[in-house]
Design a protein around this ligand. Sequence first.
Ligand code: PHE
Length: 339
Amino acid sequence: LFEQNQAKIKSLHDLDELNQTRINLLGKKGPITEVLRGMKDLDATERPKVGAYANKIKDNLQDVIAERKAVLEQAVIDQKLKQETIDVTLPGDVVKAGTPHILTQIMDDIEEFFIGQGYQVIDGPEVEEDHYNFEMLNIPKNHPARDMQDTFYMGNDLLMRSQTSPVQARTLEVHDFSKGPLKMISPGRVYRRDTDDATHSHQFHQVEGLVIDKHITMADLKGTLLAVAQHVFGKDRTIRLRPSYFPFTEPSVEVDVSCFRCGGRGCAICKYSGWIEVLGAGMVHPNVLTNAGVDPKVYGGFAFGLGPDRFAMLKYGIDDIRSFYQGDQRFLSQFQQEG
Ligand code: PHE
């Protein structure tokens, strides 16, 4: 009985079958129980021998079954572990990281430069009052200079700001000069009623700058603009100031950067001049100071408005301003931010 069943038990591969075999062999209706039950009919001298023998077989069978059970249970666990294994050496799914928009990168770079020079960064509203966009800046109603900036009006006195210069007026009005000079920049969007083409967009960006103190000269303006141009374009660039006109600065200048794409010799990008215009600037007009309640006999300074779109186009050789605003990943993903 033992040998026969030992072999059978060892060949079982299923826990249920093993359990059934255990019940068959060792259960109430099994052969061992039957033998033990039949002992009462045996001779008193036979009983201990038969009893001991039957119990020994019972114990041995129990051991074999327990052993097999452990083997089969371990096999179930092994199988499960195998199925649920995660292969940590498999290559992962590549998560594509986004990158700040190229204009954001240029503006961050410009901001970083000015913050390093001790400037405050000040925000202003994009929906602006005629009062700040024009009147405070020495551009009264019917002034011909309003034609320079075709404006989106949203009512008689509300408009989409056509420049970031209104932030100059707003800041001048509230600045407390007893606490020190005023040095600020204001980056942001501006709007003009232009027909979009390769060099015009009805919405673009400016970074306004304003410095007001007691002894600011045009040399300070020129040095500042040269430094920011070299910060963005490289130390081998230089700048050129040309006389110009803005109602809120006197004198006014337009500022060119030397054309770096053709080494100053002239090429199509700079229309064979060797220079490219990148910003407007000047010494703040006394009327602008007076309008904001600042005494022009004591305080004065410079202002500038530079175009980050222009900066980005020149720096990267982008020939269509509309590329910035079309959200085309094939264009935008070329400008992965370093670091
Ligand atoms: N606001 C002017 C423009 O948009 C630029 C400018 C700013 C000029 C500050 C002088 C001083 O054209």
